[in-house]
Ligand binder design. Structure first.
Ligand code: PMP
Length: 356
């Protein structure tokens, strides 16, 4: 190592899912929405006046913040927005996890949490999920520097009840508890209902999944006014202009179309429930995902082998070479047509394998 390398902040980065640029591929590896965003999004972008780009965007993204506040029936002072929920979560780690005590998150969860903890030098402990990949709330009844978990969890898709989340909150009123609700719109009850009673609770959501806008990059957090103020102080110490003008505009347009939002979610949930049955028929085992993906394992077919075989068919799913889950695949719910192509292949594959 060269002397100048000694004082560099070294870290092991998060590895995002592949974004291959192939024709006719079926992309079920990064939990994107298979349906386009609300029509108003395209309209807002077409009508955008490029001359405006001379100017900086509104650093407070007021119109978007107000639209979010209205949609979720909170005050604008309770809403924070960022460049995808990854940005919001990174800011939240930096702002809220500074006690020097280890923060807690599940052993099987969104792998970005340990990356942020490492890069910000935040100590952490992973709390094992039970054998059904469920969070045991009593495991969080101990000293810690803060808590974060997704609900539904990723990559398992398992949803915890609000009662269980409140169990965690009751015992942890002296630290910040973050519930990452990237997938909540696909079936869960949001912990937003608890923000009135717990001013240390931050709920983070995203436009990337249920609003089909992964490419636009909008995430947001809702919590008490005090939490949002602290979050904004750190944001403004980092980068004031996080959301660009077109993003603010298109994001507000997406929020305006509640009918389209509900319709899209309904389609995905219907396909998901059908797929649960189809996977079961093929001998796969999975939990009761309430997200836009399934987390499946097969008693006879190694997940890694299946992952490779699917890739050869131009079907991309996600495989994690990690303890406890290295025989599972996370499969995003696509269109019915995409899922049928996947099923056709799996039926053949399972038939071939069980004959051997
Ligand atoms: N949280 C969880 C649990 C996720 O799976 C993802 C998607 N990778 C994110 C947050 C971040 O999503 P985005 O930055 O697109 O909002």
């Amino acid at each position: 190592m060269k002397p100048w390398e000694n004082n560099i902040r070294k870290t092991i980065p998060y590895v995002p899912g592949e974004q291959p640029d192939r024709q006719h591929m079926i992309k079920l590896n990064t939990n994107e929405n298979p349906y386009p965003p609300a029509p108003g999004v395209a309209e807002s972008l077409y009508s955008f006046d490029a001359d405006q780009l001379r100017l900086y965007p509104d650093p407070e993204a007021k119109s978007l913040i107000q639209a979010l506040a209205k949609r979720y029936r909170v005050k604008p002072e309770q809403v924070f927005a960022g460049v995808g929920s990854d940005d919001v979560l990174a800011m939240a780690f930096l702002t809220f996890f500074n006690s020097g005590k280890p923060i807690l998150f599940p052993d099987i969860t969104y792998s970005f949490y340990e990356v942020w903890a490492d890069v910000f030098r935040i100590p952490y402990e992973k709390v094992p999920l039970d054998e059904h990949f469920r969070i045991r709330s009593q495991d969080y009844h101990r000293q810690n520097g803060g808590i974060i978990f997704p609900n539904p969890n990723a990559p398992t898709g398992e949803l915890e009840s609000l009662a269980d989340i409140e169990e965690i909150l009751k015992y942890n009123q002296d630290v910040i508890v973050i519930v990452d609700e990237a997938y909540i719109d696909f079936g869960g009850k949001s912990a937003l209902a608890l923000t009135d009673r717990y001013e240390n609770l931050l709920v983070v959501q995203t436009f990337s999944k249920s609003r089909s806008l992964a490419g636009l990059r909008i995430g947001y957090a809702i919590g008490s006014e005090a939490l949002i103020r602290y979050l904004n102080d750190v944001k403004y110490s980092f980068n004031s202009y996080t959301l660009s003008q077109p993003v603010i505009l298109a994001g507000s347009a997406a929020l305006a179309d509640e009918v389209y939002f509900k319709k899209t979610i309904h389609k995905i949930v219907t396909t998901r429930e059908r797929m649960k049955g189809e996977f079961r028929k093929l001998g796969f085992v999975s939990g009761d995902s309430q997200s836009n993906f399934l987390f499946v394992t097969h008693p006879e077919i190694p997940a890694k082998e299946l992952f490779e075989a699917l890739k050869e068919q131009n079907i991309y799913v996600r495989y994690f070479q990690k303890p406890r889950i290295d025989n599972y695949l996370r499969i995003t719910i696509g269109t019915d047509e995409e899922m049928d192509t996947l099923l056709d292949f799996l039926r053949e594959y399972v038939k071939r394998t069980s004959r051997v």
